[in-house]
Design a binder for this molecule. Structure first.
Ligand SMILES: *[C@@H]1O[C@H](CO)[C@@H](O)[C@H](O)[C@H]1NC(C)=O
Ligand SMILES: *[C@@H]1O[C@H](CO)[C@@H](O)[C@H](O)[C@H]1NC(C)=O
Ligand SMILES: *[C@@H]1O[C@H](CO)[C@@H](O)[C@H](O)[C@H]1NC(C)=O
Ligand SMILES: *[C@@H]1O[C@H](CO)[C@@H](O)[C@H](O)[C@H]1NC(C)=O
Ligand SMILES: *[C@@H]1O[C@H](CO)[C@@H](O)[C@H](O)[C@H]1NC(C)=O
Length: 471
């Protein structure tokens, strides 16, 4: 895998640093102005004062979020969450921050600043900054891999900054999948008047040479993979109507007959055989006993490593978001999301080991790709973030998500589609899966409402909105 050019070694200090820095500098001044004898007494007193001050701040924040002012609260908190993340690490090398008395889990001071300040301003443009946020991005949206959630993240990032999306021709939602991607499938490509594309993330079958024609040289390519067994089970439920699946009474029923019943060239059948490899542009007609499985695996792995800067893993979604944040040099808030296009528990069933091994044999190429890129994912975590830091950052991400869900959602989490009140926010339903949606709190207004709304907007609706904004 090609390492990203700028290793994004951003400051990952706890967000409580601002108070700590103030304490530290005050202490320094104090120390200089006092005699050694009296210094310790004053030092102790001042430390107590600093800590009390910090805790009072926390308490205020917590109360504010709990007392119905949640929507305001999370908007203000955002300001510092992002600026804290992007500060240059050299400016916060105070030892106070790792001290046993420095509380880690608190929000910084000054959260009651105006909402507008700091939000979405160019974050890392200082001369001493370690990395520049990436704006040229291709996301290969694979099927049944929570990729809709990642698309929402990319849509929101680009939307907030008025970046240009490469969108499918004629208001389609996909780039003529399952055809191999062609640059002529992109809206506005013919009438292109020097306009650059920033982000391209709708469904497509990968074809690098055609993407290179559209996207600038510094484009960051990434994708996501999922364990082929749960992925296949999910595809079987969702794409039940395709030719390969529709006669099968169960997943196992399909797997016991696929060796002689499966027809590779029927439209839709790509979902029934090595669909991950297919999305990455490879021939999917390969099983565990294919004589060239080894050679084809090696070729596929080499090609993905060559073409992609990062491959995420669904089983480690939050870790993936942290790694993505580092790779793109984005802030924590940029990668926080709610689950979109997700099935309810009622339509989710984990296959037993007997079936799992049949899925792996049938989807042998997907299985090998997954094993390989799961391993490289963790090597990447070790090299670029570290396991301990990863645990801390994942904790921060989850708390932020909980905070946003509490501030935005009426029911605190997803609801089944029949309970989605705003018809415009209803997710697209397909096959036998029940795709859940969200209801916003009724009391939300203004910017807070808009921010919450974008977090829950299903992919097709968001894509239509962007289309309207651009064309
Ligand atoms: C957040 O941190 C910055 C320093 O990065 C500081 O200037 C600001 O006062 C803090 N508060 C807010 C709400 O931005
Ligand atoms: C994006 O475009 C809108 C409408 O033209 C404008 O009001 C807004 O300020 C722009 N935002 C940024 C970050 O450029
Ligand atoms: C499905 O069943 C129909 C009718 O029994 C049969 O004609 C068709 O060949 C079957 N298709 C597959 C893929 O098994
Ligand atoms: C591979 O194995 C399946 C059953 O496990 C069998 O039906 C098929 O004929 C085998 N294919 C080859 C090329 O050996
Ligand atoms: C993926 O990697 C993790 C960490 O090394 C490991 O614990 C897990 O078993 C791997 N998953 C598979 C399916 O190999």
């Amino acid at each position: 895998m090609r390492p990203s050019p700028s290793n994004c070694a951003m400051d990952q200090s706890p967000s409580s640093d601002i108070s700590s820095i103030q304490c530290a500098s005050c202490l320094g001044r104090l120390r200089r102005s006092l005699q050694p004898r009296t210094m310790w007494v004053a030092l102790m007193a001042f430390t107590v004062f600093c800590l009390a001050f910090q805790y009072a701040e926390v308490l205020l924040d917590v109360m504010e979020t709990r007392n119905g002012k949640g929507s305001e609260g999370f908007m203000t908190l955002r300001v510092n969450e992002s600026s804290a993340t992007l500060r240059n690490p050299t400016s916060v090398s105070t030892p106070v921050r790792e001290g046993p008395t420095a509380p880690r889990e608190i929000y910084p001071t000054g959260v009651r600043q105006q909402l507008t300040q700091g939000e979405d301003k160019p974050k890392d443009s200082g001369p001493d900054s370690v990395c520049q946020p990436k704006k040229h991005i291709v996301f290969l949206k694979t099927h049944k891999t929570a990729s809709s959630t990642i698309v929402n993240i990319l849509y929101r990032y680009g939307d907030a900054r008025n970046l240009t999306f490469g969108l499918p021709l004629n208001k389609n939602h996909q780039f003529f999948y399952p055809y191999r991607f062609d640059s002529s499938y992109v809206e506005g490509v013919r009438s292109k008047t020097g306009k650059e594309y920033h982000i391209l993330c709708n469904h497509l079958r990968f074809n690098k040479p055609e993407l290179v024609k559209l996207m600038p040289e510094d484009t960051f390519y990434f994708s996501i993979m999922r364990h082929p067994v749960t992925m296949f089970e999910s595809a079987f439920t969702y794409y039940k109507s395709i030719e390969a699946f529709h006669n099968s009474t169960s997943l196992e029923h399909f797997l016991d007959r696929c060796w002689w019943n499966y027809k590779p060239l029927v439209a839709g059948n790509q979902y029934a055989h090595n669909n991950l490899a297919f999305d990455f542009g490879f021939d999917n007609d390969v099983t565990y006993n294919s004589t060239d499985l080894e050679a084809r695996t090696q070729a596929a792995v080499a090609s993905v490593e060559q073409d992609f800067h990062l491959v995420l893993i669904l089983e480690y979604f939050d870790e993936s978001m942290v790694l993505l944040k580092h790779a793109l040099c984005w802030s924590l808030d940029d990668v926080v999301s709610f689950k979109l296009n997700s099935r309810s528990e009622q339509s989710r069933r984990m296959p037993p080991p007997r079936i799992a091994s049949k899925v792996e044999a049938w989807n042998a190429l997907d299985w090998r790709l997954y094993i390989h890129f799961n391993a490289t994912f963790w090597r990447r975590v070790d090299a670029e973030v570290g396991r301990e830091e990863m645990v801390r950052e994942v904790g921060r991400l989850r708390r932020r998500r909980d905070q946003l869900q509490a501030a935005c959602l009426q029911d605190g989490g997803p609801v089944n589609p029949e309970h989605v009140k705003d018809v415009k926010m209803k997710p697209f339903q397909y096959g036998k899966a029940v795709i859940q949606g969200y209801n916003l709190k009724a009391a939300l207004e203004g910017r807070a409402k808009m921010k919450c709304q974008k977090l829950i907007t299903p992919e097709l609706q968001y894509s239509d909105y962007l289309y309207g904004k651009q064309f």
